[in-house]
Design a protein around this ligand. Structure first.
Ligand SMILES: [Zn+2]
Length: 377
């Protein structure tokens, strides 16, 4: 089966098709094959209007359909917030009647509000309207990262493998919970439990949270500072995105008369200490609420796909160090926190949103859990 995946990012739209390569041994291991050279890219201007977005989106899908006429399901990931991504809200016969896949009032691209990614998708792929899904980019990224790691055997720590490895693979998966945090043009996170995306009533909005302000030594000169940066989020001012998104860090640089751009900064620059401080705090909130097996950091501030050597910020190491300081009591009953390969890891999948979209298209949102199916069957 051929499936499709499309990503609406801040400055471009990407689309790709892949082949279902799901393995069926002791429960389904969802897997897809795709060719990274086959990814379609349509650039967007930084101030692209809603019409320009819609035209670029349709263009990407038309090209995808032309190259891969047999697409049976499609998932779209959006970098901006959606009115709804609850599949049961979809109106297949009249997509304009529901808020499913409709871009909502958002901090990044206010002018995109009202663009209906679900309705646009059904225009290009009318015969699969039942099998088109729209989700937040971070949700698909979490999905992609989880199943990529499963395929590459990078998901579980040695201890977890040891504890559950001799049992049915489904037992291992049931005991792995992974959080994915996106550090990019905005900050958000999503959570995979039991091989499924945690859904709730809409996509996550981690950036609603206002972190505790940093007060510490940060830069090479060992100056003591309290972070009094006002924040750039148009909705919440000093939420996580307002303090550490790409735009926030760039604003911090310009306000401190720093002439170098983010990608030119060395690892010792104070701005990376700020990023690590708040990211560690966010990880603490995730630990407190979800106690995951693993937290994966992805997005442009972790690795810039356009410039793989940048940014040079050692963010993974810095967050690990900062987190260790936060968790003074080492939490002995939480062994995953001390897994030898690191509880905080960089995204292993190069295209987590696109890969996650392929997996989501194969897996189908309506399928409650392959574990349930497995036990039922
Ligand atoms: Zn905000």
């Amino acid at each position: 089966m051929i499936v499709g995946s499309v990503l609406v990012a801040d400055r471009y739209i990407k689309a790709v098709a892949g082949e279902d390569a799901t393995k069926n041994s002791k429960g389904k291991i969802f897997e897809a094959n795709f060719n990274a050279n086959d990814i379609i890219t349509i650039a967007l201007k930084s101030d692209a209007s809603r019409t320009e977005l819609e035209e670029a989106y349709l263009e990407a899908l038309h090209q995808l359909r032309k190259r891969h006429p047999g697409i049976k399901a499609l998932s779209a990931g959006s970098c901006v917030s959606l009115k709804s991504c609850v599949t049961d809200d979809r109106n297949v016969t009249d997509p304009d009647l529901s808020g499913y896949g409709v871009i909502s009032n958002n901090a990044m691209h206010a002018s995109w509000e009202g663009a209906n990614l679900y309705a646009l998708s059904t225009k290009v792929f009318p015969e699969i309207a039942d099998d088109i899904y729209v989700r937040a980019d971070v949700s698909l990224a979490a999905m992609g990262e989880f199943y990529w790691r499963l395929k590459e055997k990078k998901l579980a720590s040695f201890d977890e493998m040891h504890r559950y490895g001799n049992k049915d693979l489904t037992v291992l998966l049931r005991n792995i919970t992974m959080s994915y945090v996106k550090l990019s043009a905005d900050v958000n996170g999503a959570f995979i439990y039991n091989g499924n995306l945690f859904g709730g009533k809409n996509h996550p909005f981690l950036s609603l949270i206002r972190p505790r302000r940093m007060e510490q030594f940060v830069d090479a000169e060992r100056k003591y500072i309290r972070d009094d940066f006002p924040g750039v989020c148009v909705f919440h001012r000093d939420c996580y995105s307002g303090l550490i998104s790409v735009g926030a860090l760039e604003r911090r640089l310009s306000e401190s008369q720093e002439t170098r751009s983010l990608v030119e900064l060395p690892s010792s620059h104070g701005v990376w200490g700020i990023l690590a401080y708040y990211t560690a705090q966010l990880c603490m909130a995730i630990i407190a609420t979800h106690v995951p097996s693993l937290i994966v950091l992805g997005g442009r501030l972790v690795k810039d796909q356009a410039n793989p050597a940048w940014p040079k910020n050692d963010i993974i190491e810095k967050v690990r160090t900062r987190l260790a300081e936060e968790i003074k009591t080492k939490m002995p009953d939480y062994p995953e926190l001390h897994r030898p390969d690191g509880f905080i890891q960089e995204a292993a999948c190069q295209w987590p949103v696109l890969y996650g979209g392929l997996i989501f298209s194969i897996k189908h949102d309506g399928e409650i859990s392959y574990l349930h199916n497995h036990h039922a069957g």
